[in-house]
Design a protein around this ligand. Structure first.
Ligand code: GDP
Ligand code: MG
Length: 380
């Protein structure tokens, strides 16, 4: 049989990475097989094990005798969760790949929903703990905070994705084919989103249940790895313009250019109204600020975020009001930083103002991106 024939043999491959999961592996495999049977899915299970010492390997081998759709790969070197999942991508015998944990943290009964999302056109389908309907049970506060922090960073790179560090996701195989994945740490989905080729995605809310059996292997060094990974993905996009992250960088650059143009509009109007219309300069300034907000909005709406512009005029007004409010708050933030750094940190007011401009710019971009021009490739 040729490779392409093998690739079509199954409708979905469920990858289960394992390390010392003797207490879970048999049950989770059976649970997935059950879901396959109930939903009439011709699927395979691919267990990718990093040389567990607790009998996990023998347990899988025993199951293979009754279930030919269960495969096992035992990895000899370069151990790690992400590396294991990537090896699974390469060995999968289907065009749709699902990744789940072995410890029942991910509700396997949702697998058919992931499958149908991908079959209906999503390139990536992600289980999300942070979208409406999603949740986490039994997590200590510290872990929740770490996860929220990680998610925040991830959302700078992928603004429309609510849970870019979820371990529960499905992809079309094409997304990662030829992608230069550098798997590291726990956050393989970030790597897929950062380096793979994808456009449309769907999120499925789920409640993450912490493991009932066995021990978690999350270490503190994971956080440092994660930050490195975010930087790596950001830099990678600079030279890989097919990535979705490059689309974000482009928006940021355009938003910056529009902001610069606003300075010219502002200065020009200030000058004209003061010199030729005889207005008091502070009054001119109010008009100048509003004029630059309006031109900034029009340019951002038709250029920076042109991929998400909806044509109805009512929608446009809504976006304008949102932009206006965020901009005015941005001015307040700028002045707040200027005042605080000058008065309380003794900084030279020009330097305080430059810092204020940067903080306000970050605010303006981030909040407008998430509120005014949100949702583009997100399939409902
Ligand atoms: N192959 C492989 N699997 C791993 C490794 N570390 C964890 N896993 C598996 O990855 C999944 C998630 O691990 P877990 O420790 O539960 O992470 P947590 O839920 O984030 O605490 C489980 O199925 C583990 O067995 C590893 O180094 N190699
Ligand atoms: Mg777990």
């Amino acid at each position: 049989m040729s490779d392409s024939n093998i690739a079509e043999k199954y409708r979905i491959t469920v990858i289960i990475p394992t390390f010392n999961e003797i207490e879970n592996i048999e049950n989770i495999t059976k649970a997935v097989l059950d879901v396959f049977a109930k939903s009439d899915i011709n699927g395979e299970i691919l267990v990718i094990d990093d040389k567990s010492k607790d009998g996990t390997i023998d347990a899988v081998k025993a199951m293979q005798k009754s279930y030919p759709q269960v495969s096992l790969i035992v990895r000899e070197s370069d151990h790690g969760l992400s590396q294991s999942v990537v090896e699974g991508f390469e060995k999968a015998n289907s065009e749709i790949i699902q990744v789940i944990d072995a410890d029942f943290s991910h509700p396997v009964e949702l697998i058919p929903q992931f499958l149908s999302a991908i079959e209906s056109g999503a390139d990536v389908c992600m289980g999300s703990r942070y979208t409406k309907g999603g949740d986490i049970t039994d997590w200590p506060l510290k872990r929740r905070l770490i996860s929220l922090g990680a998610t925040f960073f991830g959302r700078v790179l992928f603004p429309e994705v609510t849970d870019p560090v979820s371990g529960f996701f499905a992809i079309k195989k094409d997304v990662v084919e030829g992608a230069e994945l550098r798997p590291r740490g726990y956050k393989i989905l970030m790597e897929v989103l950062g380096k793979g080729r994808w456009q449309s995605f769907k999120e499925i809310p789920f409640t993450f249940k912490d493991r009932e059996a066995g021990e978690s292997k999350l270490k503190l060094s994971t956080i440092i790895d994660y930050i490195k990974q975010c930087i790596d993905i950001g830099l990678y996009a600079l030279s890989h313009h097919e990535t979705s992250v490059w689309g974000e960088w482009k928006k940021l650059l355009k938003f910056g250019c529009v902001g610069l143009s606003g300075i010219f509009v502002n200065t020009g109007i200030l000058y004209i109204l003061t010199e030729y219309a005889g207005l008091y300069y502070l009054v001119s300034s109010l008009f100048a600020i509003e004029a630059s907000i309006i031109t900034n909005f029009l340019l951002n709406d038709s250029w920076t975020f042109n991929d998400k512009v909806k044509s109805q005029i009512a929608e446009k007004w809504k976006r304008f009001v949102s932009f206006e409010v965020i901009s005015v708050l941005g001015v307040a933030i700028n002045m707040g930083v200027l005042y605080t750094l000058t008065e309380f940190a003794g900084m030279w007011y020009i330097l305080s103002n430059v810092i204020g401009i940067f903080v306000a710019f970050a605010w303006n971009f981030y909040v407008n991106r998430h509120v005014t021009w949100k949702e583009n490739n997100h399939l409902k």
